[in-house]
Design a protein around this ligand. Structure first.
Ligand code: MG
Length: 248
């Protein structure tokens, strides 16, 4: 059952999403070579708490931190710690916010300092694949119209789409129905309706799509060790088309 949100729900989700987007903007400015991923996590938690919201990932199924921070070949669910960010790294930050029981979810991948052009292209294509996916989040489209177009676009650029992790519905819980894959045929799955809210989150690999999860039980890395990028927005399907809730 995919929950449909009321006008009031959407208003609250927009507040949650704009808190998250402003935290993310501040983090983008804060990241410097020499910082640890734990530093970034601490800053993100402080920024979220300052907005009188809660970090939605903390303790979620036992996740120990506020942010998932995945560097270079790490795909998603990187656990912040002693790892030092260096010039040339690409750093994916995935954050969730719970504001008065309304959840939003967002991810960006940032280059640190001077970065290899191919890594920058991976970041750009992943961001554009999200933008394209969002453009299909319209009432009357099928759910997998989003999925299919993300895959088509990323593969046309010579990259591959992670299969093991997918987007999701979101609202009064961090993860709701439906799953939102970033691959597959168009024209399948439920018809999209006004009031649905989806976290759309392509994870795109420079090499093969295959991933493995490290021994900590969380951090997913590419099998071939090549870099991966991740962008995510929380998006409402409305009468007037897709509305990005994770924007300032
Ligand atoms: Mg998500």
């Amino acid at each position: 059952m995919i929950p449909l949100k009321s006008e009031n729900d959407l208003k609250m989700l927009k507040r949650s999403g704009s808190i998250l987007a402003s935290v993310m903007r501040k983090l983008e400015d804060a990241i410097l070579p020499g910082m640890t991923t734990a530093d970034i996590d601490r800053i993100s938690e402080e920024l979220i708490l300052k907005e009188k919201a809660l970090p939605a990932f903390k303790d979620y199924h036992g996740f120990p931190c506020s942010a998932c921070i995945s560097v270079n070949e790490e795909v998603v669910h990187g656990i912040p710690g002693a790892k030092v960010i260096s010039e040339g790294d690409i750093v994916s930050i995935d954050l969730g916010v719970n504001f008065q029981g309304y959840f939003s979810d967002m991810a960006v991948t940032l280059p640190v300092g001077k970065t290899d052009p191919e890594k920058l292209r991976l970041i750009r294509i992943t961001r554009e694949s999200l933008d394209l996916g969002i453009s299909y989040a319209r009432s009357g489209n099928y759910l997998t119209d989003i999925s299919h177009n993300i895959q088509r676009f990323a593969e046309k650029e010579g990259f591959s789409v992670v299969r093991q992790f997918v987007g999701h519905g979101i609202g009064k819980a961090l993860h709701e129905e439906p799953e939102v894959p970033n691959f597959g045929s168009a024209g399948l799955g439920p018809l999209l309706k006004s009031g649905m809210v989806l976290a759309i989150e392509p994870m795109i690999n420079a090499g093969s799509w295959e991933c493995r999860v490290q021994q900590n039980g969380w951090t997913a890395v590419t099998r071939d060790g090549l870099p991966s990028a991740h962008f995510e927005h929380t998006v409402a399907v409305t009468e007037n088309g897709p509305l990005i809730l994770t924007s300032i």
